[in-house]
Design a binder for this molecule. Structure first.
Ligand SMILES: O=CC(=O)O
Length: 461
């Protein structure tokens, strides 16, 4: 089996403006676990699978077996040598670059620019209507790739659905984008049209896993309660800051636990799930690791991470003390955390979502928090971003005990920040360029494709 060789994912060369404007991140396509696995429409819970071994080694998770779906992709011939009929000069494939210019990886960009003719339409041409007009007019000719290196820009046209995809010229072979999540593009339809979609989840995995650690600890130690009690009284004159502080200091102890010895139930065990397991298991936090995924991981991965596989979501939820959602959005957009699946939990379980808001029925979660089935939750992603569920906000921000005796601050809410670090963005750029270079220039395998099964299915391979 041929594997992609390793690539230099993170280079810390910073050009120009540097820090990424997190608030401007595009909220249509959001962070989720990268996967190479098809999510059949009939499958209730999406899967995630490990990537090929080499890029993951930099994250110190060795012994991951290559994912079968990354091997033996139907290769596209390198197109760099075909001569221009008018000039006789070698013609470089055209890459449509949507979004901001490259900031962090000048060397790779020089290589990229030498291999391709890069066209970067200005923002107005990326707005949906104008983009449709441009595609109909074939304004950018027979381009071969779409390249979106950043998450905060390049999403102006909204979702890449049939309306846009059907206008793409047949010359397009690869679409490489920033972002772990790929619900902003119909990757099935792209695959059926012979276009490989590559995400950049690998570049975000460490940041998301780190953030998840904070959220898991928050759920065990009730950080929102501790933080709100120390600060909120100073924002209003309605409460006595000293007594709020004292009450939290005295009472949070009885509600707080060390994660050690508790079972962490990971829904999705791809790059992010595995990194969370590595960070929260032994020897660091000492949690027992359990996971559910549509595709069971190789024995070497399970043994290295001391992870126990559950074949059914129900089984995993029943044994977990803290459930973490780290799986891509369902292909059909349906939630997997519902009143029914929350019903599998033992009372007092914690819940963390760093994947996609669409995976959670937030009203059902609020009910479960009300009843105490869920003791604490931490949500980085939300159903209706940038809005946040008001019941959950009340649970996150209250200072008093409720009429069921539940303490305040049982929910931590953040603004889809888990993957948002400079290092992630450095990796997004690099990985997107590497994917296109690999496929178009080298005639090789994409590094992080997510839809090869649909290409194969269409080709009957
Ligand atoms: O939301 C961000 C991502 O999917 O990487």
């Amino acid at each position: 089996m041929k594997l992609p060789s390793s690539f230099p994912l993170v280079k810390h060369q910073k050009l120009g403006c540097g820090a990424v404007n997190e608030r401007s991140r595009h909220l249509v396509s959001t962070m989720a676990e990268p996967t190479n696995t098809p999510i059949p429409a009939s499958t209730p819970v999406p899967a995630s699978t490990p990537r090929s071994s080499s890029p993951l080694q930099q994250y110190s998770i060795p012994s991951l077996t290559p994912n079968a779906t990354t091997a033996t992709i139907p290769l596209w011939p390198s197109t760099t040598s075909s001569p221009d009929t008018a000039t006789g000069k070698p013609q470089r494939p055209i890459v449509l670059h949507i979004g901001d210019p490259i900031k962090y990886n000048p060397d790779t960009y020089a290589e990229f620019n030498a291999a391709f003719e890069v066209i970067r339409p200005p923002t107005p041409e990326r707005e949906r209507n104008e983009l449709i007009r441009a595609l109909k007019e074939k304004r950018w000719g027979h381009f071969s790739a779409i390249f979106r290196p950043f998450w905060g820009t390049g999403g102006e046209m909204g979702r890449w659905d049939a309306e846009l995809i059907e206008l793409l010229p047949s010359s397009v072979k690869v679409f490489a984008s920033a972002g772990a999540g790929f619900d902003w593009a119909d990757t099935k339809l792209l695959g059926e049209r012979g276009i490989i979609y590559c995400n950049s989840g690998l570049a975000a995995a460490e940041a998301v896993a780190d953030f998840s650690v904070a959220m898991i600890i928050s759920a065990f130690r009730h950080l929102p309660w501790c933080m709100n009690a120390a600060t909120f009284p100073y924002l209003t004159s309605s409460s006595d800051a000293r007594s709020t502080f004292r009450e939290c200091h005295a009472r949070a102890t009885a509600a707080s636990h060390n994660p050690r010895g508790h079972t962490l139930g990971l829904i999705g065990f791809g790059n992010i799930g595995q990194q969370i397991a590595a960070k929260m298991g032994n020897p660091a936090f000492g949690m027992k690791i359990a996971y559910y995924d549509v595709v069971r991981k190789p024995a070497a991965v399970e043994s290295e991470l001391r992870a126990t596989f559950y074949e059914k979501l129900e089984g995993l939820m029943k044994v977990s003390d803290c459930v973490v959602l780290c799986t891509p959005a369902s292909a059909d957009g349906r939630p997997i955390i519902t009143a029914e699946t929350l019903g599998y939990l033992r009372p007092g379980t914690r819940f963390v979502n760093i994947a996609r808001g669409s995976l959670v029925d937030e009203e059902a979660l609020a009910d479960a928090l009300d009843s105490g089935v869920v003791r604490a939750a931490a949500l980085d992603v939300h159903m209706d971003e940038p809005s946040v569920n008001e019941r959950l906000v009340r649970m996150a921000t209250g200072l008093g005990f409720d009429d069921r005796g539940q303490h305040p601050g049982r929910v931590m809410l953040t603004c889809h920040n888990a993957g948002g670090t400079v290092e992630t963005h450095v990796g997004f750029e690099e990985l997107s360029m590497r994917n296109i270079l690999r496929v178009l220039r080298d005639g090789g395998e994409a590094v992080t494709p997510v839809n090869l099964h649909w290409l194969r299915e269409k080709k009957g391979v």
